[in-house]
Design a protein around this ligand. Sequence first.
Ligand SMILES: [Zn+2]
Length: 110
Amino acid sequence: MKTGNEKVRQAFKEMMNAAVDRKDKRRINALHKAAALLSAGVRLRFVGGVLFVPSATNAGVLYRLWKENGVWKCDCAASLRGEPCWHTAAAAIIERAGYLPAPSYQTYAA
Ligand SMILES: [Zn+2]
């Protein structure tokens, strides 16, 4: 993961190692995409206390995220089909790095 933020890099590494151990290919792909987009400057946003992640393919589209039984859920098409999406992977990385729910997630140095 090409970010200068050590906490985010470490969180990504731990989560990737766990996904590799489980041979969870879809989770691995979601983590890779999340890492690439976070490195490219995509940021999670809190609006009115709700977490959103911008779509990488549709400008202006925000996906809403929430937690169920400790697992991130998202209202994008993939997540609603029950597949891991990069939005939830990004939220999980940032959370594990300690930037959620504190508003400082917005300003963590990439
Ligand atoms: Zn999603």
